[in-house]
Design a binder for this molecule. Structure first.
Ligand code: GLY
Ligand code: MN
Length: 437
């Protein structure tokens, strides 16, 4: 029940943000057919789950704020069905929804279209995220048309339709202490799995074997599995940012970039480390590694409440540009090179992204056209990288080196809390880890 109280707090926040006499509709995600009679593994819609903690498919949450009846949380969910339960497990049903999920009223999902017009009519505002699930857009359209049919009996459709997504995204962007605890757990599971995977890695093993170790570690420690498709990229594969084929042999003296993390209780970690497969960095690899390492430390140091999000980015770009000048990879004056984005062929993504229930979590990056300032409770990745694809017009000795270092940080009142603090990061720590067999 403790956990259900956490979701209730989220609902209370939404009720506060809603206009008087309004209704919010949140469907969970649809079940998606994979092939023949198999479906993709079901994941609830994250906005729905944030307010309900309700795991089953075929559910719609209805939040009503009204002057006469106060605030009501109504859930439409699947009926109990012993025949179906024999095949695919217990269904929660309406009775348990009331008792265990703190629902005020629960109705079978097949009654949605009978009840929804009455619940929606005569409200001032309807909150809903358009365009996410076509079939639910259709449900809303049909519901509004049913109300229109009764206009002469005194019913009316809501005067305002408000995009729920933008309100929910901003709520989800600022994490509460329980969410941070779940993110921390995801980071801890990830840390152990990375370490285990690297202990099991050797020249001649395959990217998929390392991936198998990671997934084993995520599940063994109580995680839900991968937070996203793992990236296990040996050698020059690391220069492909979202390399997920993961089927090539790992070669001595090359690097292995692992961008893989666990999901725990629907919250994601997102962690990257780059390891020398033979446990020692070559001179060139180490030189690039040090630049990325310094850029990452500098960006973390810049992160604190009140600074502009872009500040971390500019800090990392400066360290990367200056490091590449020192190595002779870039030539020229640092200010001019920065102004020309000369780092971009080597560092082409952003410094990080919000992290939460989604790996690239919801929440705006700009406000009124300006990069927003960091705020306590935001959680972001910090992940600079350098990728030198073979063929780039630089000395061949740099070709094929791809390095990214990614940590997960919570913005606190005074700076940051690094959730991935136990991940080895210094070049010497990384070498030590790979040599521990
Ligand atoms: N973990 C992959 C990414 O951040 O894009
Ligand atoms: Mn990331």
């Amino acid at each position: 029940m403790q956990q259900q109280n956490d979701y209730k707090k989220h609902r209370e926040k939404l009720f506060k943000a809603m206009l008087p006499n309004s209704i919010a509709l949140l469907p969970t995600a649809p079940i998606i057919r994979r092939s023949a009679d198999q479906n993709y593994r079901f994941y609830p819609d994250n906005d729905f789950y944030y307010f309900t903690g309700y795991p089953e498919p075929e559910a719609v949450a209805v939040l009503i704020k009204s002057e006469q009846k106060g605030e009501r949380y109504i859930l439409f969910n699947r009926r109990k069905d012993p025949a179906q339960e024999q095949w695919s497990g217990i269904r929660i049903g309406q009775e348990a929804a009331l008792k265990e999920y703190l629902v005020d009223e629960a109705y079978p999902i097949d009654e949605l279209m009978n009840k929804l017009p009455e619940l929606t009519s005569n409200k001032e505002a309807l909150y809903f995220t358009w365009g996410r699930y076509t079939s639910f857009d259709e449900t809303i359209k049909n519901c509004l048309n049913k109300i229109r049919d009764k206009i002469r009996a005194g019913f009316k459709i809501p005067d305002h339709c408000i995009n729920l997504e933008s309100i929910v995204s901003e709520m989800r962007l600022i994490k509460d202490s329980q969410e941070i605890a779940w993110l921390r757990k995801a980071a801890e599971i990830t840390t152990l799995a990375h370490k285990q995977a690297m202990r099991a890695c050797y020249p001649g093993s395959n990217e998929y074997q390392v991936k198998a170790e990671l997934i084993y570690g995520f599940l063994k420690q109580g995680g839900m599995g991968e937070a996203y498709d793992s990236i296990v990229a040996g050698g020059e594969n690391a220069c492909i940012l979202h390399y997920t084929v993961n089927n090539q042999p790992l070669k001595a003296n090359e690097l292995l970039l692992i961008d893989a993390a666990a999901k725990y209780n629907f919250y994601c970690a997102d962690v990257t480390r780059t390891y020398p497969i033979s446990s020692k960095f070559t001179g060139e690899q180490k030189a690039i590694y040090e630049i990325v390492y310094e850029a990452q430390l500098a960006a973390i140091k810049a992160a604190k409440p009140g600074i502009c999000w872009l500040e971390m980015e500019l800090t990392a770009r400066r360290v990367i540009t200056s490091g590449l000048i020192e190595l002779g990879v870039l030539k020229g004056d640092i200010e001019e090179l920065l102004a020309q984005n000369a780092y971009a062929p080597f560092y082409m993504h952003r410094i990080g992204h919000w992290l939460g229930m989604d790996v690239h979590d919801v929440g705006r990056y700009k406000e009124n056209g300006q990069w927003r300032t960091l705020q306590s409770g935001m959680v972001t990745t910090i992940e600079p990288g350098i990728y030198i694809k073979p063929g780039l017009p630089v000395d061949r000795r740099w070709w094929g080196i791809g390095i990214r270092i990614e940590d997960n940080v919570v913005i606190t009142d005074s700076g940051v809390d690094i959730l991935t603090i136990d991940m080895p990061k210094k070049a010497s720590e990384i070498e030590m880890l790979v040599s521990e067999k």
